[in-house]
Design a protein around this ligand. Structure first.
Ligand SMILES: [Zn+2]
Length: 85
């Protein structure tokens, strides 16, 4: 098994257990932040944001924070996109 390097910009994690055909590998930390990003954006704009936007947003910036208001919705959407590797 090769190195499973996170494909998010600015992330050097090599312990990725999730992969998407479209977005590549994602580590646990980025996956959790992706959820917060989506929740924040849905609340702000009412539409589901682009995962690509998140993957291209540098990890070293301030992370997204969100409560769990729409967490179930986001979790379902992401479980369709990323499968366990
Ligand atoms: Zn990562």
């Amino acid at each position: 098994m090769g190195v499973m390097e996170c494909d998010r910009i600015g992330c050097d994690s090599i312990m990725c257990h999730k992969i998407s055909d479209c977005h590549g590998y994602i580590c646990h930390e980025c996956f959790e932040e992706l959820k917060d990003f989506m929740i924040t954006e849905i609340k702000r704009s009412g539409v589901i944001p682009s995962i690509t936007t998140f993957m291209n947003r540098d990890k070293r910036e301030i992370p997204f924070m969100a409560d769990n208001f729409t967490e179930g919705l986001v979790e379902n959407a992401l479980n369709k996109e990323f499968r366990d590797n």
